[in-house]
Ligand binder design. Structure first.
Ligand code: BMA
Length: 361
């Protein structure tokens, strides 16, 4: 009986353990806080928030979120897509990596949390970038594959960037929307085993070969309602800290969809002891004056998540001939409602994050 209890206890603690046992103190503290946070509320995040917004670029201290509600987001999203290219000095959306580092430092120093995704270009798809679904790309970069040495060079560049942050904790979200069919690491472009190997190799390489100990690992599917789909490519409890999904609003089914997806996420994270999050969401150009309180808040409802990330405020997209942004800016249709959302006690922005001291014990 004692032995059985011991084994169960071990299994229990193993499930609740952080992926990187040697994570630095602040990363461990952040992990603990993010485990507790959902009971209080969720951090509200924004991609590229400090770099540009609707009608502005690279203005020190600027932020569309702050211009609307007086506070910075509690979470900052950045993307390393393009760092893998020869001489790649800016990301796929034009943000210079040098500036990105500075913005990451600023957000962190004020108490905000940082998450990083990576729209890595396919080694086979220069033109389509990350959106190339040639079958076999993943196998080509795995050990033994023709692009394996190249993939290690890419990881060296990613590691170089993450290392230069001097230990700032990062929620790293590689191979995002992995159950979708649009990226080269997606569901239709590789097998579950290939995906798992890709994930496990990547985490192993960053942790053991590059000695990175400031990362929490974020597993991110696209919005799914079937448990088997969410878990089919899951690389293992020892390789994941946060489980999340991305869902955007396109029609009236948004609230219902997110509720269903969160119900499933809730049961999975409870069983696995992982941190739940909404990896990306938004309604392009927010054409609904009360979207924040009448759609996003009800979509999350009473489900417990640690954070939600809204996508970037590009502004007018010349190529698509339409506005592309997900956070309001002063005068935007939903700005007033966003202030109500800001004042909701569950939404946590940067001042809340600073007060909570997420990097402290
Ligand atoms: C998409 C769009 C693109 C962008 C890509 C990566 O959702 O915002 O314009 O290049 O994300 O950030």
């Amino acid at each position: 009986m004692k032995i059985l209890c011991g084994i169960l206890l071990f299994m229990g603690t193993a499930a609740f353990a952080q992926a990187d046992k040697q994570a630095n103190a602040e990363t461990k503290n952040l992990y603990q806080h993010l485990q507790q946070l959902p009971a209080k509320g969720f951090l509200v995040g924004h991609q590229d928030d400090l770099a540009y917004g609707v009608n502005w670029k690279y203005k020190a201290g600027n932020s569309d979120v702050k211009a609307v509600c007086g506070d910075y987001p509690g979470l900052y999203g950045w993307d390393l897509g393009g760092i893998e290219l020869p001489g790649g000095d800016k990301n796929l959306d034009g943000v210079p990596f040098k500036k990105m580092k500075q913005y990451i430092r600023e957000g962190y120093e004020r108490g905000g949390v940082i998450t990083i995704s990576w729209h890595a270009r396919s080694p086979f798809g220069a033109e389509k970038g990350a959106w190339d679904t040639t079958h076999g790309t993943v196998t080509s970069i795995l050990p033994g594959g023709v692009n394996h040495a190249l993939y290690k060079e890419w990881l060296d560049k990613v590691a170089g960037f993450l290392q230069s942050l001097n230990g700032i904790p990062i929620l790293f979200r590689p191979f995002h929307e992995l159950t979708g069919n649009w990226f080269w690491w997606g569901r239709t472009a590789c097998t579950p085993d290939e995906f798992k190997t890709l994930w496990r190799f990547t985490v192993y390489y960053l942790k053991e070969e590059k000695h990175l100990h400031n990362l929490l690992y974020v597993y991110n599917t696209s919005g799914e309602t079937k448990r088997a789909l969410v878990l089919e490519r899951y690389p293992g409890d020892d390789m994941v800290d946060v489980i999340s999904f991305d869902t955007y609003q396109y029609d009236d089914s948004f609230v219902k969809n997110v509720q269903q997806q969160l119900a499933l996420l809730d049961s999975i994270v409870t069983e696995k002891g992982k941190i739940p999050a909404l990896g990306e969401t938004g309604y392009e150009a927010i054409p609904d004056a009360s979207w924040w309180t009448k759609s996003l808040l009800p979509a999350i409802g009473n489900y417990k998540i640690a954070y939600v990330l809204l996508w970037r405020n590009h502004g007018y997209n010349e190529f698509m001939k339409k506005m592309h942004y997900y956070m309001p800016y002063p005068g935007q249709l939903s700005a007033e409602d966003f202030r109500v959302f800001y004042n909701d006690k569950k939404t946590l922005f940067e001042r809340d994050a600073a007060e909570l001291g997420l990097y402290k014990q």
